[in-house]
Design a protein around this ligand. Sequence first.
Ligand code: PFF
Length: 432
Amino acid sequence: MQKRENFGGRLAVIMAMAGSAIGLGNIWRFPYLVGQNGGAAFVLVYIAACALLALPIFMAEAVIGRRSGSNTFGAMQKLAPGTRWKWLGLVTVGAPLLLLSYYSVVGGWAVDYFMKACSFRFMGDTSGIFGRFIASTWEPLITHTVFMALTAGIILLGVTKGIEKFTKITMPMLFVLIVGIVIYGLTLPGAWKGVEYMVKPDFSKIDARVVATAMGQAFFSLSLGVGTILTYASYMRKEENIVSSGNYTALFDLLFALLAGFAVMPAVFAAGIQPEEGAGLVFDTLPYIFSRMGWAGAVVSILFFFSILIAALTSSISLLEVGVAYLVEEKGWNRRRSTLVLALGTWVLGVLCSLSSVIFDLFDQLCSNWLMPFGGILFTLFVGWKMSKADVRNELTNGGTRNRRIFPLVYFLIRYLAPVGIVVVFLSNLLS
Ligand code: PFF
């Protein structure tokens, strides 16, 4: 078996986890869900779902990962040998690959837009630009292939060389660019309607379905329930602080989602696009902003789609890493073979998603509405009820040296509130 690598330090851990969390979920998915589900009211429910349901799952996964120092399957074998929990380990090897298959298709859209930006395609009329792209068969297929190849390439370089170096440079750049776009977007005529849409809640819009969607998005955005955080936490050193890593990751993730919302919504109203438009929303509105900016728009669009691409890659590599860690550690395959086999299999699934929006939607629904909440519940139950409280306390308080006061609250959230909350949201959505 190969020697396990570890993340180098505190910043590296947070950057890698935030890199996994911040991605297309924030920039592509969050804004269109806000648009479809009533604006500010959705944002509020989303924030609550992050704090009360998603964060406890994050901590639970991280506890399992670091305690075991293993991939998802190995973790269950180590912490609960000979039990049915091994199935959780196995399911969470498969789930991220399913998610990656359609994630890579959207990653491909980002590849395409980056190339469009490089050839100054956003300088003229941009209306209907996404519709035309998606209507062609070959372009999305080719860009999906490129995206998957990039993902596999980075994973081949390994944890420290590939993932760590990558995330440290690009996240701050993305942040600066989005802030710039938000500021510019606000100067467009009609833009303030979008701001209003983001901040004035209409609570009559909230029903069980909206709450369930917000919950699914919180899990999607924080990369939960499919073993990604577990796997990354297994590369965390003992002295690292799980609670604060979780808090920082969630905070940065929320910040990026809100920024993306404030970048997109004003432009939606300024350009007369429908907020309910759905999956293509970002890919229609941002070109509109860029087209208004003249040469500055040309430059910003190149940098922006480059950063989105990197943000997407730092998420997609975390999805692929789950399966690779499993094959390397449990099956004794080498990293190269594991990566190539998994990337190829996932690419094939992605081709189906690229060709059929029905399959695409099916996979997306399956992952965020079923697999992620399901995995999330089981991870919290595992930590709350299967592991000994002493072990959990040890991980969350670094052997009693940190987070001592907050531990009872975190433990309560993991043991009771998160699993019960997810089930309630789940059932009320099903029943309504
Ligand atoms: N959190 C990523 C995003 O918001 O784009 C997507 C994701 C990555 C989901 C890794 C799940 C995961 F395990």
